[in-house]
Design a protein around this ligand. Sequence first.
Ligand code: ADP
Length: 401
Amino acid sequence: MPLMSLEKPPAQPGQVWAHVGQPFVGREYDLIVLGAGRMGAACALYLRRLAPRRSLLLIEEGGLPNEDGATLLSPGVWSALTVPPERRAEAQWTRAQLAGALAPDPSLNLSFQARPLLELAAAGGAGWEAVLDVLGRDPAPTLPAGLADLQALPWARLDAQAARYRPGALALACAQAAIGAGADLMLNARAHLDGGGVGIERLSVTNTHQIVVHETHRLRAGRVVVALGAAGPGTVEHDLGLHTTHARAYRQFPRLNHPSTEQTPTLRAAGLTLRPQHGGFTLVPAIHHRDPAGYEPGGGRLTGVPTGLRRETLEDLVAAMDALPALATGALELGRSLMDVPGAWFALPGGDPDGLPRHEEVAPGVHLLLGGPHADTLGLAVAYDLAATVAGTQQRPWAGR
Ligand code: ADP
């Protein structure tokens, strides 16, 4: 009998505890994954596929996907333009997973669209071309009128392979597929590391909308994957008394109501990524540095008027207005308070604003998994790599490509 058939996952789907009304009797699990953002959910799915004989519980503080996590707001722009050459094979594998290999079931709709990414710049170099040459090509990417000043941005490079998708749908699809393959899932449960196991607090909401701890459990686990997004490093530091080099940053995604269509390329210029979405653009500002411990995001002021954008983001947008004149119009939604402009905490792997996704065993049997700002392009490969490491698999599907 071929060895593979021994590794077939059990046909039985796992159990789901969505609210405290569903009784839970603590038991030991071989594997517990903390956090069902796209990193944790993907890792859980790959673990079910690579180590189907090991029992697995996925725990999430909120729903699927959680409104507070980075996943829901992540731009969902895949582009290998800035990926170092040695990580390109992983990026390509991630793209193939997103394009359908991950979950061939068409009901799992990630809204995957192959759309080019056009990067514009004031100064060129190797790999850059005159913008008018790029825009004159067949098929040419069409830029909405009035968006960019091509005299201020005469250089361009095109990532013809780029793509867009919805990371929130990815987390949901991965979690559902993991349950289908036998993973258990507990929602509305806050987790922490507790000795060799995991402590959980099952949360419920009172009729005055207060979140309270309904009951607590302590579970033993063979191995734990900490995929808590920006909260991951702080959790292992606090609960295990470790020091890590990782950090986090608060990133906001203001909206630009300048018209876009499904065909509009994703644009990158003056440090910003402009992702076409809902007939306009979601703006993705650069992350410049880690936010200091204890930092509380607060709005900035533009000519004395309060805005919902943090000051650094506002400064970036003002600096980009010459190159992107649409930013200097009423199309830019500034908000009046922080609540008006969507934002989320992101992990910065290695404390680096440009840090790539990674995993590491921070204590025996405890693995920290970090997505961060490049999770759109490399996250799935790193989640797979961790699952393969835990499963003891040597081979990687992207190796040798
Ligand atoms: P990533 O891109 O790394 O998946 P996210 O922030 O989207 O990052 O995912 C982290 C998930 O972990 C979020 O859904 C968040 O609700 C969840 N989470 C954070 N802290 C806890 C906790 N203590 N217990 C359970 N889940 C948590």
